[in-house]
Design a protein around this ligand. Sequence first.
Ligand code: SF4
Length: 473
Amino acid sequence: MLSPEGNFAERSSGAVTDDKLRKAVRKTVDRLRDLRRADELPDPKTLERRAKAQAVREHSVAELPQLLAQFTENCERRGGHVHRATDAHEACSIALSILRSHGAQRVVKSKSMVTEEIGLNEALEHAGLEVTETDLGEWIIQLAGEKPSHIILPAIHKTRHDVQALFEAESGMTLSSDTARLCAHARVRLREKFLQADAGVSGVNFAVAATGSIALFTNEGNGRLVTTLPRVHIAFLGMERIVLDLDSLAAMAEVLPRSATGQKLTSYFSIITGPRRADEVDGPDHLHVIVVDNGRSAVWKDPEFRDVLRCIRCAACLNVCPVYAQVGGHSYGGTYPGPIGAVLTPLLRPEERSANELAEASTLCAACTEACPVGIPLHEMLVRLRAREQKEHPRRLERLALRVAFRLLRSPRAAVIPRVLRLAASGTGTALLLKKLVPPLERWQRARSLPPAPARTFRALWQELEMEEHHAH
Ligand code: SF4
């Protein structure tokens, strides 16, 4: 669901004036982008790895119904239970009935964007259950009562002083703002939650059809505790996050951590096949996998956008996006920010008109497409979404204005324009003048600020340069 608070233009105009937010976001995305490039650029095998990953994901998307059926059969053969949820409400209801059937009251969660998408925490808390996020960034966000602002670094917009204040409020203790000490504090607090939990909820990075396994990539170790300590494990699988076999999974393991954080492999890589067996020392007694559709089937049926389902949520496109770096994740209003969010949100939520405007949140520089390890043509999809929106809800006035401008600029009469602009600059400034003279432009200009025209035009500067050159000779 999209944030009910304003539209992209309103949310982002607040963000671009928040220097603290922009500094925090910029610092981290620049670091992640540099780490990825340092790993990928000098390595001659990068293109080979990416081509393999792209082929794996192309196959996954092409054969999605068959792979899901194969996964279901194999997972259930190993003792797991697979449920299919059409939408967010159904996915939350299934989870709730599983938890109730086991008498679960306390739930620990590892990081999962699909559970953010379906609003699982709110649904479980509304039903009276205690839910604790155990990924450090997610816990910070939960304590702040906010939503993640980045796919892999949910608390990217928080400084260590923000985190210190949140931890102090939660524990009633006085804490240092030293990052290592804050992490140690979180470890102690969360360890209590793991030991008390009745059930663990995780996402799934990839399901493996041939073995019925689910794979998790994590860096903090909390995923292992969530999936092995409690008696019940519920895993949420975005319908498209499936691969054929373990070789395909290996291909994904080669690109996901590299694209996300510049790591060759994540610190913890778990493959879970069914619940704990009699001869195993740890693991849950019950494993449930909830396969979430929530709009994905409609995207799969759309040949123009089906390829977006290849996405592996590595966030590389966010880390290179000049718009994301300026406005941060909350400006996008949905679960998925950045270029992938600008494409995915309108496709998953076609009934929410305000989602369509996200396609405008791009300079179309194509840095996202270049960064994407599975070859999704994100910038082309953004253009297609804009065209679709224009077709369904034409902005006639804007189109007319652009047509007039196009004709005017091509004609010899365009010579008059510098004079008009000079006049505007000498008075109240172009932006203000345009707003005053043409009221419909006021709304258009809310998200597009025109700089005041310079006092001397390019033509005048050019003539001066020519004169100088002439005198020099
Ligand atoms: S669109 Fe590509 S770069 Fe962006 S999150 Fe998905 S896989 Fe990563």
